[in-house]
Design a protein around this ligand. Structure first.
Ligand SMILES: Nc1ccn([C@@H]2O[C@H](COP(=O)(O)O)[C@@H](O)[C@H]2O)c(=O)n1
Ligand code: CDI
Length: 158
């Protein structure tokens, strides 16, 4: 049996925060604002996983009112979500992600993001694709007010 899930997340860009995307800290003049480390890509992958298994979303599992998740490492949140996925008997088919950001360039960091996601989802590099696009300066990503990410995941029941 196969299950498909999709995720979408947005975080605001602000000065004085680190920019962490896909578990990679990227040198930039602004970072993403959130209750956790605001890793928009890992949140999106976590939501895609939860969607595929019918388990709601990360806000339900890790409420942003809970001090336990203040500045949380999103790798740990995704690892917890993946444990739930495994307990339900699923393995990774593949996951395809898009980061929507005008700046900075994601290309130099994409391979490390893929490695991080493959490790967290206990898959191979070939099962994980990460890409990036600008919005040609249009809308909130284009004005560099925020960064969005989306993901589609396929899970297979063992
Ligand atoms: N933040 C980004 C955005 C894009 N890229 C890479 O540039 C290519 C062209 O982007 P367009 O939005 O003009 O289509 C895109 O395919 C990515 O390879 C990037 O690295 N970082
Ligand atoms: C991850 C959590 C929890 O720390 O907080 P944020 O970093 O604000 O992220 P968001 O994508 O808004 O949703 C889930 C939250 O509950």
């Amino acid at each position: 049996m196969f299950r498909i899930g999709q995720g979408f997340d947005v975080h605001q860009l602000t000065a004085g925060r680190p920019l962490i995307i896909g578990g990679v800290e990227i040198s930039h003049d602004k970072g993403l604002l959130g209750h956790s480390d605001a890793d928009v890509l890992l949140h999106t992958v976590a939501d895609a996983c939860l969607g595929a298994i019918g388990e709601g979303d990360i806000g339900r599992h890790f409420p942003d009112t809970d001090p336990a998740f203040k500045d949380a490492d999103s790798s740990k949140l995704l690892a917890h979500v993946w444990k739930i996925v495994k307990e339900k008997g699923f393995v990774l088919g593949n996951v395809d992600c898009t980061i929507i950001a005008q700046q900075p360039k994601m290309a130099p960091h994409i391979e490390r993001m893929r490695e991080n996601i493959a490790n967290l989802l206990e898959g191979s590099l070939e099962q994980v694709n990460v890409k990036a696009t600008t919005t040609e300066r249009l809308g909130f990503p284009g004005r560099e007010e925020g960064i969005a990410a989306q993901a589609v995941i396929l899970l297979q029941k063992q």
